[in-house]
Write a protein that binds this ligand. Structure first.
Ligand code: NAD
Length: 252
């Protein structure tokens, strides 16, 4: 349990890594604003956090819509208090080999990950600057190192790393750290959708992926939530601009 109450915003928190991170930060003692485009599912995340004894607010917004982002952050300030933790986790995939990749596939992925994280961070950081304390955690991926069929996603996830390092340089003087987590293979709806798209049964897809992971298991959403909890801890204030691969080995 954290000694200090820090309001956290977690984007893409309707399911998967975002939902697990919301549960974990709530367990750590932080009120959590769970934000997602999926209203019904993000409401369910908030209810689940509250059922576990945490404090949660569900916010429906598209992270790539500047006006919606501004309104969402103001709603958090109003209902929970000024945010001092931001987890940029919302994401999508539109996988395809480059020669088949449409402009829409490219734009959609770059827009949600990069523009979304930029807009959310710009809106949230002013509250962190005012407080002289903040923690920003951005979700990258081992795909940042290159992945067949994911030119758009790889570019976005490598972009998240550069974005994070610039935030660390600009915001450090205000007591704000920015770090990046690059998950490897995590069992979630996102990876289940990939298996489906490839026409491979989930169990086989998971087994094949696990056989290439040094610790010989799939990552769980809680593994990523644990890394987020570490970065946002009061005692992690000297750790900034870093990329932590959470992949059961040096990379996924
Ligand atoms: P997921 O698909 O289970 O959940 C992503 C959530 O983001 C969904 O609830 C979705 O509604 C939300 N979202 C999408 N677009 C949005 C938008 N414009 N505005 C607000 N919310 C939006 O995915 P996940 O597996 O939990 O992944 C979470 C993050 O971790 C993503 O950034 C993903 O790229 C990254 N990641 C996942 C894996 C993995 O193996 N699952 C590996 C590396 C990185």
């Amino acid at each position: 349990m954290s000694e200090t109450r820090r309001v956290a915003i977690i984007t893409g928190a309707a399911r998967g890594i975002g939902a697990a991170t919301a549960q974990r930060l709530a367990q750590d003692g932080h009120p959590v604003a769970v934000l997602d485009v999926d209203e019904a599912a993000v409401n369910a995340t908030a209810e689940a956090v509250i059922a576990q004894g945490g404090q949660a607010l569900a916010v429906t917004a598209d992270v790539s819509d500047a006006a919606a982002v501004e309104a969402a952050v103001e709603r958090v300030v109003d209902k929970l208090g000024a945010p001092s933790i931001l987890v940029n986790n919302a994401g999508i995939t539109r996988d395809n080999l480059l020669f088949k990749m449409s402009e829409d596939d490219w734009d959609a992925v770059l827009t949600v990950h990069l523009r979304g994280s930029f807009l959310m961070t710009r809106a949230a950081q002013r509250h962190m600057v005012d407080a002289g304390w903040g923690r920003i955690v951005n979700l990258s991926s081992t795909s940042a190192l290159g992945n067949r069929g994911q030119a758009n996603y790889s570019a976005a996830k490598a972009g998240m790393q550069g974005f994070t390092k610039s935030l660390a340089l600009e915001l450090g003087r205000f007591g704000i750290t920015a770090n990046c987590i690059a998950p490897g293979f995590i069992s979630s709806e996102m990876t289940k959708a990939t298996a489906k798209r490839l026409g491979v049964p989930w169990e086989k897809y998971e087994q094949d992926r696990v056989s290439a992971i040094p610790v010989l298991r799939a990552g769980q959403t809680e593994d990523i939530a644990h890394a987020v909890s570490f970065f946002v801890d009061e005692r992690s204030g000297f750790i900034s601009g870093q990329v932590l691969y959470v992949a059961g080995g040096p990379r996924g």
